[in-house]
Design a protein around this ligand. Structure first.
Ligand code: EPU
Length: 337
């Protein structure tokens, strides 16, 4: 294990923000990880996975530990199901492609999401009608106090919309080492009801889709709407879609009868933040080298050379304007560091 000093984190965050790590180490095994935590000293540590859900606004005055533990395997298989395990440092999309190559169903709607497998449970990643929790079986995590490896079942993780125990009680106390998914080997259950998938499959002229077809449709939709972080720095949805009380939604509807929404329960309605931001006039807005994506207002972008604070200030302006215009608070999905 080699500790490097004063390393730029630009290649390690999908926003492409150029801040420095005081110290940087690439962790390639659990033994290395435990060795770093067992070593004497009080150096503060900063855990870095795929860097796809963070906005870096300052240099990191700590030992940045880049989790690069690779490996994936089939654990067990029955006639209809399979348990597959991926270590934390595997790229999410490559892992999804590997499951599809093996004809394992369940993750196809989550194709092309940036980031690594190990961070996927933290925010219960989701897209096109599916969330990670739907196929998540369990994960192993290192308890940073005892250095024991503990198992979290699906129930233990307390998954919710873009939320889990790892954002609350367990925050900062564990490092996720691996994740196990329960997938189907036959009789795959396809989720094609999400509007854009249905129309994309029609466009592809496919009437009886396979899991591979659904994945291709999702990839095509994402590519048409969401910027590729390799070309334009971004962290996907910058904000969460707000869930508001039904009364508040009825008030919104008085002024905006066509406001898109999803009914969550008798009492709650989810409103797409992308619509609120677009209606507030921010979609496609460019301020020098950063701005709001022109095809999806939920995504803030760094065209190159923007600082984390530039983007943070823009996000605050958006939040303030949305609050003023709609009386709705939108929270960031991205972690602000
Ligand atoms: N909309 C607008 N303007 C926009 C964007 C969206 O009016 O600029 C409207 C759309 O017309 C539609 C509604 O908002 O009526 C929903 O839009 P979309 O289907 O694009 O999904 P989203 O709610 O904006 C969520 C996830 C995305 C995920 C998509 C597809 C969150 C915070 N975001 O976006 O996740 O890909 O659904 O399932 O829940 C991510 O988390 O990084 C991410 C990209």
């Amino acid at each position: 294990m080699q500790i490097k000093h004063n390393i730029s984190l630009k290649p390690y965050n999908t926003f492409g923000i150029d801040v420095k790590a005081k110290q940087f180490i690439s962790i390639t095994s659990i033994a290395d990880l435990i060795a770093v935590y067992s070593a004497e000293g009080t150096t503060s540590k900063f855990i870095l996975g795929g860097g796809s859900n963070m906005l870096l606004t300052r240099d990191i005055d700590a030992l940045v530990m880049h989790l690069n533990i690779k490996g994936k395997q089939i654990i067990s298989q029955t006639e209809e199901n399979v348990l597959v395990k991926s270590n934390t440092g595997e790229n999410w999309h490559e892992f999804v492609l590997w499951t599809l190559e093996n004809n394992f169903g369940g993750l196809e709607n989550l194709s092309l999401i940036p980031g690594n497998v190990g961070t996927s449970p933290i925010q219960n990643i989701g897209a096109y009608g599916i969330e990670l929790k739907d196929t998540f079986h369990s994960c192993e995590a290192l308890n940073l106090e005892t250095l024991d490896i503990e198992t979290f079942t699906n129930g233990d993780c307390k998954f919710d919309y873009r939320n889990s125990i790892f954002k609350h009680e367990a925050k900062g106390k564990y490092i996720i080492l691996s994740v196990v998914f329960k997938l189907t080997t036959k009789n795959h259950v396809l989720h094609t009801n999400y509007g854009a998938i249905t129309s994309e499959l029609e466009r592809m002229d496919i009437s009886t889709p396979t899991i591979q077809d659904v994945s291709n449709a999702v990839i095509s939709i994402r590519q048409s709407k969401l910027p590729d972080p390799k070309e334009i720095g971004n962290s996907g949805s910058f904000f969460k879609n707000p869930i508001i009380a039904k009364d508040a939604f009825l008030k919104l509807q008085d002024n905006f009868p066509n406001a898109p929404h999803y009914v969550i329960s008798d009492q709650e309605v989810k409103v797409p933040a992308g619509w609120l931001i677009e209606t507030a006039g921010f979609k496609g807005k460019t301020l020098g080298n950063y701005g709001v994506h022109k095809k999806q207002a939920l995504v803030l972008v760094n065209y190159g050379g923007a600082s984390g604070n530039d983007i943070l200030n823009l996000s605050k302006l958006i939040q303030k304007t949305v609050l003023r215009l709609f009386d709705i608070t939108i929270e960031t999905e991205v972690n602000i560091i």
